[in-house]
Design a protein around this ligand. Sequence first.
Ligand code: EPU
Length: 292
Amino acid sequence: MSLLAAFPEITQANQPLAPLTWMKVGGLAQYIVHPRNFDEAQAVVAHCHENGLPIHVLGSGSNVLIRDEGVSGVVLMLTAPEFSQVSIEGTHVKAGAGVVLSHLITETVKAGLAGLEVLVGIPGTVGGALRGNSGGRSGDIGQCVSRVTVLTSAGERCQRQEDELAFAYRTSSINELLILEAEFKLYADSPDEITKRMRKLWIMKKATQPLASQSAGCVFKNPRGMSAGSLIDQAGLKGTRIGGAEISDRHANFIVTHPGATSVDVLRLVDLARSKINEQFGVQLELEIQVW
Ligand code: EPU
């Protein structure tokens, strides 16, 4: 049975992905599926597994570049209310994978819980943030995680405890297909104090990053002990434009897209930055964004 026939109420065929991403470029998804609950997500994953359909999981699209050719197979989105719940008990917080980070931060700060405020200004969902261990200079999401519920590509639901999880710079050991929910261990602090810290971080971010433009955040990971932005800046590439894509003149590790930009424009800038930095500094830049 085809995916559309098996899950007609939650499946759309040949849907544009560009509007679902922050870069706003790229082609169509063969299918987009929005499961309404855990059981449905499990059934979709099992169906895809049996029928050899690849699955890509899309959160809020803030760290992904979709190729102009689009994505074959299924793009799975956990946007239903069941995946967007936050519950707080003492210093323990449970959040669905579809919860947007800014919402989780607001809820925890309101409850006088600190730990996640270091993520202020970082876009994305809990699932996406855990996968790539989102963070910045002041900390990352991995440092607060106590348990993660995942779904394997075969459709099996399991839990990963704190001691089975490892997080490092922009990477985590969670390699199962789908993150369903996560638990965090935070610590009590006054909402005013937490807000003060957040405000400081937010001001710094706003002053240095092109937050008002269309981008997917930092494009490259920082090479050990170095800053990708600083290297690209030193290579004189700020403001370089190919088609509708441009290396931000505010922060050189951001590529911003203008109306009419294509994915190829962005990828050509990525190649240009990589080859210049390699030539000039002997450093291989590694992508932070996901390219589908
Ligand atoms: N710099 C330049 N020119 C630029 C950009 C930066 O000279 O165009 C210099 C800055 O002056 C500073 C150094 O490079 O001396 C580092 O820059 P910044 O403080 O902006 O931090 P970053 O290393 O570029 C990292 C994360 C950001 C995160 C900030 C703040 C990476 C790849 N980037 O940026 O994360 O917001 O720290 O915590 O790790 C992201 O991952 O998408 C992201 C934006």
